[in-house]
Design a protein around this ligand. Structure first.
Ligand code: NAP
Length: 316
């Protein structure tokens, strides 16, 4: 069976892929073009795609009777794949849940602390040579310990964020998701999103992307947040209406934002770059050697199961 891996992987993952499979390793780090996706479906039995490879319903419609039978996605988020359309075309989809959880929660806390304590702005000040020394009212930020965090999407990553906030920083945890969860720590379930965001100091987004959550955080939700509150997004850019976010930051409706993901990634609006109260990371959620290897191995575990005719470990 022929396998296509659509991005360079860590050495360990590439070595396993070469040793075990008849594999083509694409060297470009950019998303597949339309033509490359059509070729992927026509010429390979299995494809390991990732973020940015838009396997849309339209693409499947243009590729009748594809040779490809498995999209073993590298990543837990698969909103770039139309899973229903893939299924209708006879293609199974898998992902890499769990491998990403702790690293992504760590980045959420990095963004929360950096934004609340003005660490990005402070770093820029020191590097600019303009720092004039400590004084009692220099660069006062938002206190974090003991505050209330509101988590939107209490899944694997949401829970890992909640634990860090509660056990690391003594925070109260409230959350919103479609259903209440059985949790092994204290957290208040708030079925109404507007009530949740109005009641907390920090709103952290950890829902999946896709049509259902597109612009979940819109002007109305941002208006319900306290003017002292911060918004942290490690989920997907499209979950936040970026125009509404810029307006809310400009008008002081909210105090700041920490973003790992963007609505039109990798484009980041200049307005956000110009704001000191915004922390901007280049989608670093899972960016460590160990985690990217774990993700790659998980994707290859799904490939191996498919090749050997075993049940897929991580179907979506
Ligand atoms: P997960 O375990 O499936 O958790 C997602 C949670 O969101 C679920 O608890 C779900 O609960 C809730 N949810 C789903 N739809 C919702 C809606 N419409 N409104 C409110 N809540 C909703 O997924 P995960 O492993 O935690 O990953 C979450 C997402 O993080 C991924 O899909 C991915 O897009 C993103 N991510 C980003 C990075 C990064 O690098 N920044 C890294 C990894 C993952 P209910 O079903 O009860 O609603």
């Amino acid at each position: 069976m022929k396998l296509l891996i659509t991005r360079p992987m860590t050495d360990a993952v590439e070595a396993r892929a070469r040793a075990r499979f008849d594999v083509e390793l694409r060297s470009a780090t950019t998303p597949l073009t339309q033509q490359e996706m059509q070729r992927a479906l026509a010429e390979f039995d299995i494809v390991v795609p990732t973020l940015g490879d838009q396997f849309s319903a339209g693409l499947f419609a243009q590729s009748p009777n594809p040779r490809c039978k498995l999209l073993a996605n590298f990543g837990v988020g698969y909103n770039h794949i139309d899973v229903e359309a893939a299924r209708a075309a006879g293609i199974a989809v898998t992902n890499t849940p769990g491998a990403v959880t702790d690293a992504t929660a760590d980045i959420a806390l990095t963004l929360l602390l950096t934004t609340a304590r003005r660490a990005g702005e402070g770093e820029r000040l020191v590097r600019s040579g303009q720092w004039q020394g400590w004084h009692p009212t220099q660069m006062l930020g938002h206190h974090v310990t003991g505050k209330t965090v509101g988590i939107v999407g209490m899944g694997r990553i949401g829970q890992a964020i909640a634990r860090r906030c509660q056990f690391g920083f003594g925070m109260r945890v409230a959350y919103h998701s479609r259903n209440a969860k059985e949790l092994d720590f204290e957290a208040e379930y708030m079925p109404d999103l507007l009530s949740l965001v109005a009641a907390v100091d920090f709103v952290v987004l950890a829902v999946p992307g896709g049509a259902e959550t597109r612009h979940l955080i819109d002007a109305r939700v941002l208006a319900a947040m306290a003017p002292s509150a911060l918004l942290i997004n490690i989920a997907r850019g499209e979950v936040v209406d970026e125009v509404a976010l810029i307006a809310a930051l400009r008008s002081g409706q909210i105090a700041g934002a920490g973003l790992d993901v963007y609505e039109f990634e990798p484009k980041v609006p200049q307005a956000l770059c110009d704001m000191e109260n915004v922390t901007l990371l280049p989608h670093l959620g899972t960016a460590t050697e160990e985690v990217r290897s774990d993700m790659g191995h998980m994707a290859l575990d799904n490939v191996a199961a498919f090749v050997e005719g075993r049940p897929l470990p991580n179907p979506v």
